[in-house]
Design a binder for this molecule. Structure first.
Ligand code: NIG
Length: 403
């Protein structure tokens, strides 16, 4: 049955699927009082008044905001175990990279993931997906990267696929083949490039390939070798400049990476080069909030004409949150984004990072993933801290959560 949402403040973000850069990130395409018609899982009409067929189910939004569902384009939401012990160490002043060097951090989660079955990994991810949906996330990227062996990486990717299969939203898996290093750096990274990549490609031919370029993780050289090979068949993404600026950004641009994620330690010249390139920047402010109060200069990047996305980085070590509204609240306070820019960065631009052109705006023909907020002023989405601003979620045309 068609669904008509009436009497809504619509954030349409109309303007097509291309990522917004610079000033265009501030344009929400607002219709102050409007209607959306949903037919067969797709948006069929949007405007101040639309023609609905007799018998369409109607929701009166009562002036509340209706906007595209959130796209969380960077998470490590598939994991086992917890990192509460190391959090206590962190509270006592031990830095993230130091914990990792001592065999904790990512390695602690690797051990827990190796011990878990595929079914257990899928079940715990499924629980997190339920929480995400309630807070308005209708599309989420989930990375592997806690396996570090071919077998364990495949187990993670299969678990991600399994958890996705009965979720109302869309899960986009990413093969994070370069997350950490076991044993000798060069021997390990060579094994990934020569052996692991081929195995993963066989079962997941279209998947994006990612790496963590950082002191104590993957070197620039190793990332380049991985991406030069992977980039022939897979989109590539990279974690760069989280703690140290190692020179990955010019290489990522040269290799046409889809995105460079983190950017907390990025130099001005590198930010400028990235802003002028087709590669998108992704900022992850929940990480700085949880670890060391360092934030990427998202506002500066946008002012320089960059195409920016914003995500939760949901993971057990550096960002234990699944909430896009919380990421928005932090990006506005600490990264220099306006509320409107943060909304664009978590919808249409985040969809572009994942190569999805069918969502992220309220336009005819788009997938009907939309949310009704509790608020009547979109600035409140960034203003409010904690709590859930989402009253209803419609996924693929179906009302899936309603409070
Ligand atoms: O993006 N930096 C690398 N990966 C994650 C952290 C993963 C973890 O600590 O388990 C990040 O912050």
């Amino acid at each position: 049955m068609p669904l008509l949402i009436r009497n809504a403040r619509l954030l349409t973000l109309a303007g097509g699927a291309a990522p917004r850069r610079g000033k265009a990130l501030g344009d929400l395409g607002i219709i102050p009082t409007g209607e959306v018609l949903v037919t067969d899982g797709k948006i069929s009409a949007v405007g101040p008044k639309v023609e609905a067929p007799a018998g369409a189910e109607a929701i009166d939004a009562g002036g509340r905001i209706v906007m595209p569902g959130f796209v969380d384009c960077h998470t490590h939401a598939c994991w086992a175990g917890d990192r509460l012990e190391e959090w206590t160490m962190k509270l006592n002043g031990v830095p993230y990279l130091e914990i990792m060097k001592k065999g904790g951090g990512i390695h602690a989660t690797v051990n827990a993931v190796r011990e878990a079955t595929q079914k257990q990994l899928a079940a715990s991810l499924r629980d997190r997906l339920t929480l995400m949906l309630r807070e308005g996330t209708t599309t989420v990227e989930v990375k592997s990267g806690y396996g570090l062996t071919t077998e364990a990486e495949l187990k993670m990717l299969r678990a991600i696929r399994r958890a996705a299969s009965d979720w109302s939203g869309t899960v986009v898996p990413t093969a994070l083949l370069g997350h950490a290093v076991e044993g000798d750096h060069d021997t390990y990274t060579r094994m990934v490039v020569k052996e692991m990549l081929a195995e993963i490609s066989r079962e997941f031919p279209d998947i994006a390939v990612d790496a963590f370029c950082e002191t104590g993780a993957w070197s620039v050289d190793a990332c380049v070798k991985l991406f030069e090979k992977a980039g022939k068949h897979h989109p590539i993404r990279v974690h760069a400049d989280q703690f140290n600026s190692l020179g990955m950004i010019p290489e990522a641009i040269r290799l046409f990476a889809r995105s460079v994620d983190h950017l907390e330690a990025t130099t001005k010249p590198d930010l400028l080069a990235l802003a002028a390139s087709p590669t998108m920047g992704v900022i992850l402010p929940c990480t700085g909030f949880h670890t060391d109060q360092r934030y990427a200069r998202g506002g500066y990047f946008v002012d320089q004409g960059g195409a920016l996305a914003l995500a939760t980085n949901c993971n057990p070590g550096s960002s234990p949150t699944h909430s896009v509204p919380f990421a928005i609240a932090l990006a506005v306070r600490f990264c220099g984004l306006s509320p409107a820019e943060a909304i664009v960065a978590t919808t249409v631009n985040a969809a572009a990072v994942l190569g999805l052109t069918d969502r992220g705006t309220l336009e005819p023909g788009k997938r009907a993933d939309l949310i009704i907020l509790h608020h009547k002023d979109e600035r409140a989405l960034a203003y409010e801290l904690g709590g859930n601003p989402v009253d209803a979620v419609i996924c693929n045309g179906q009302l899936v959560t309603h409070t």
